[in-house]
Design a protein. Structure first.
Length: 322
């Protein structure tokens, strides 16, 4: 399967008053055409910064891509000018941001914010943009689109605001959709509807989806392949069956053990002790070793990236290949 997006040794650092925060530190992976790739891990592992790096949406003067390449359809996004990246952002690569209430502009109507995408990338009239906006609002199943066009974000429910974000991201039929926690703060039924909608639209257009989440249940339901991130690096990568059925990295195993079950819990739900270390001061060697139950002195060295199968890799000294 041919890749549409390839990340090579990406390093994104934030220069703060307290020092240099290595938010993404040597990440490499591929996104193939038409696939859904899940990017999972605890908060602070570098998932969202990876996405923002792809679109070069890092805060100016603070965040900077210090190394690596981001190849989109063969072109290196890191080498592009602001004008060049604007032509791709929202056009060929769409993004659903984490929180629609803060991502949508409260001073503009929902319809005008969707229409702006059409006017920016298609160079069409206001009338044509309105027609296309109504059409995409119907497509993402926003009820009474003519009425909703003139309403402001605060007048809509959380689920409808998320659909507006999806409409903005999909307006120009992108090749790649980056969905950053698209179901955060939504109830279960609305969450299910949003995920089904994204899957349906993907099947219609053949776009590739990169789904960023901490919810392994969502990943199991929607993705074909998974990347597990920890402390700005990739801990494990593999297919859904390989990660959920044959996880090798201690961190991945602990994440899976922490998934709540419908079965009666006689004991306390397992948790991972401690927290993700600060990106300003990561431990030497394996970054999970300070929380790992099987770590020893060997883990103070940089772990190798072990090939388990053609599609399954894990970065750890303690992997049992049998």
């Amino acid at each position: 399967m041919k890749e549409i997006l390839e990340i090579r040794d990406l390093k994104t650092y934030f220069h703060t008053d307290d020092g240099v925060a290595k938010a993404v530190d040597g990440v490499s992976f591929k996104l193939h055409k038409g696939e859904t790739l899940g990017l999972v891990g605890e908060s602070g592992c570098g998932k969202s910064v990876t996405a923002l790096s792809i679109l070069k949406l890092l805060p100016e003067g603070v965040g900077k891509i210090e190394g690596g390449k981001i190849l989109f359809d063969g072109s290196d996004l890191t080498a592009m000018s602001k004008e060049e990246i604007r032509k791709i952002r929202g056009n060929r690569i769409g993004m659903i941001f984490q929180e629609p209430m803060t991502s949508l502009n409260p001073a503009y109507t929902c319809g005008s914010q969707i229409a702006e995408v059409f006017r920016t990338h298609l160079n069409i009239s206001a009338k044509e943009a309105r027609e296309k906006t109504i059409e995409i609002m119907k497509r993402v199943r926003i009820p009474s689109p003519e009425q909703r066009f003139g309403e402001y974000p605060h007048q809509l429910s959380g689920g409808l605001r998320q659909r507006v974000m999806i409409a903005i991201a999909l307006a120009c039929k992108p090749d790649v959709l980056i969905a950053d926690e698209p179901t955060t703060a939504l109830d279960v039924t609305v969450q299910s509807g949003i995920l089904a909608l994204i899957k349906e639209l993907q099947e219609e257009s053949g776009m590739s989806v990169m789904l960023i989440t901490h919810d392994l249940g969502v990943v199991a339901e929607t993705c074909g392949r998974v990347i597990v991130m920890y402390a700005s690096k990739i801990a494990e990568e593999g297919s859904i069956d390989e990660i959920f059925g044959n996880a090798k990295h201690p961190y991945t195993k602990r994440l899976l053990e922490s998934i709540p079950s419908m079965k009666e819990q006689k004991d306390k739900l397992p948790t991972i002790e401690g927290t993700v270390p600060s990106s300003l001061n990561y431990p030497s060697g394996c970054r999970f070793r300070t929380r790992c139950l099987i770590a020893d002195g060997e883990c103070e060295k940089e772990p190798p990236n072990i090939k388990i199968t053609e599609t399954h890799f894990a970065s750890c000294f303690k992997i049992n290949l049998s």
